[in-house]
Design a protein around this ligand. Structure first.
Ligand SMILES: Cc1ncc(COP(=O)(O)O)c(C=O)c1O
Length: 310
């Protein structure tokens, strides 16, 4: 990988991790870096995490590393230890600091590819693949869209809710690089006048968004708020944003639960949101033709929970 920077501007920083640089080495992501035979490029055979950095603090870093390890286990991809990722992220942040100053918000993507087929990069299985960290400023449009109401469409993902357990080779619970289907679903939504998607199973269960977790909410006559989310057994990613919200919500005296949600139950929900690490919280005002009321007070509180924790 080339290591020289284009001197113009610091639009992004890359940090590669390998056996010789277990703490990471800076590279210029605007220059070609990856071998064309890398399985990340050839087959989308890799895993990733996307984290938010706000005011220099990496949010929910341990939870993301834990989920990366989970994806590594499901896919059988060897990954560097947590300390390597931590050191590489710190190195990337330092590079931003010294070269252009830290932007208020950065998105950090950790990627682990299975590497080049038949040519392990190291005999140590923790460094046999290709690993890098990419730091990019969060666009202002994304920051501004947080908390804004959205319209979603329900799209069938084509598997039943038991597929994850019955067919582990589908890698349904892993955060793999193979997001072409997720991106196609988002394009479909936009072409049909919606902002986002909620995937459903072929047997009528609510799953997740292409890049987010689904959250249902209700408020009873006494003002008591309850949150509910589909559980990961249906072949979805355990959301780190949802988990953080749950911890803070429970501490605030709200009640929470996770379990199966049918499409019929979703349509009867009082409030709905999509949650994710960078967009944070998006209240849903419409599911296909059906309109929902939003509760700005609860949405505000959810955003506040996320700024307190992790
Ligand atoms: C498919 C999918 N589900 C859920 C999420 C939400 O996860 P998190 O809250 O950890 O960002 C993501 C995030 O990218 C995702 O891609």
């Amino acid at each position: 990988m080339a290591e020289r920077f284009d001197e113009d501007s610091l639009r992004a920083v890359g940090v590669r991790i390998d056996a010789e640089h277990p703490e990471g080495i800076i590279f210029d992501p605007h220059q070609p870096q990856l071998r064309v035979t890398d399985l990340a490029a050839v087959r989308g055979d890799g895993i990733f995490e996307t984290m938010l950095v706000k005011d220099g603090h990496v949010r929910k870093f341990p939870a993301h590393l834990e989920r990366l390890q989970r994806s590594a286990k499901i896919t059988g991809i060897g990954i560097p230890p947590a300390e390597s990722w931590q050191a590489a992220v710190a190195r990337g942040l330092d590079e931003f600091r010294t070269r252009s100053g830290l932007p208020e918000e950065l998105s950090i993507r950790l990627t682990a590819s299975r590497g080049v087929d038949g040519e392990p990069a190291s005999e140590d299985s923790s460094f046999a693949g290709t690993y890098w960290v990419l730091l990019t400023p969060v666009p202002e449009s994304v920051q501004a869209s947080r908390g804004a109401a959205i319209s979603v469409t329900l799209l069938d993902r084509g598997y039943d809710a038991a597929a994850a357990e019955r067919a582990p080779w589908l890698l349904l619970g892993a955060k793999t690089l193979s997001y072409a289907v997720n991106m196609a679903a988002l394009r479909w939504a936009k072409e049909h006048g919606h902002d986002d998607v909620i995937f459903t199973s072929s047997d009528g269960q609510v799953l997740e968004g292409p890049i987010s977790t689904v959250l249902l909410g209700s408020r009873d006559g006494n003002g008591q708020v309850h949150l509910h989310t589909p559980s990961p057994e249906v072949g979805i990613l355990p959301g780190t944003t949802q988990a953080t919200i749950y911890r803070a919500a429970e501490a605030a005296g709200w009640t929470t639960s996770a379990g199966p949600v049918t499409v019929a139950e979703l349509k009867q929900a009082q409030f709905l949101w999509l949650t994710g690490s960078v967009k944070l919280v998006s209240p849903i005002a419409q599911v296909d033709e059906l309109e929902f009321t939003t509760d700005p007070e609860i949405t505000h509180k959810l955003l506040e929970f996320l700024s307190q924790e992790g």
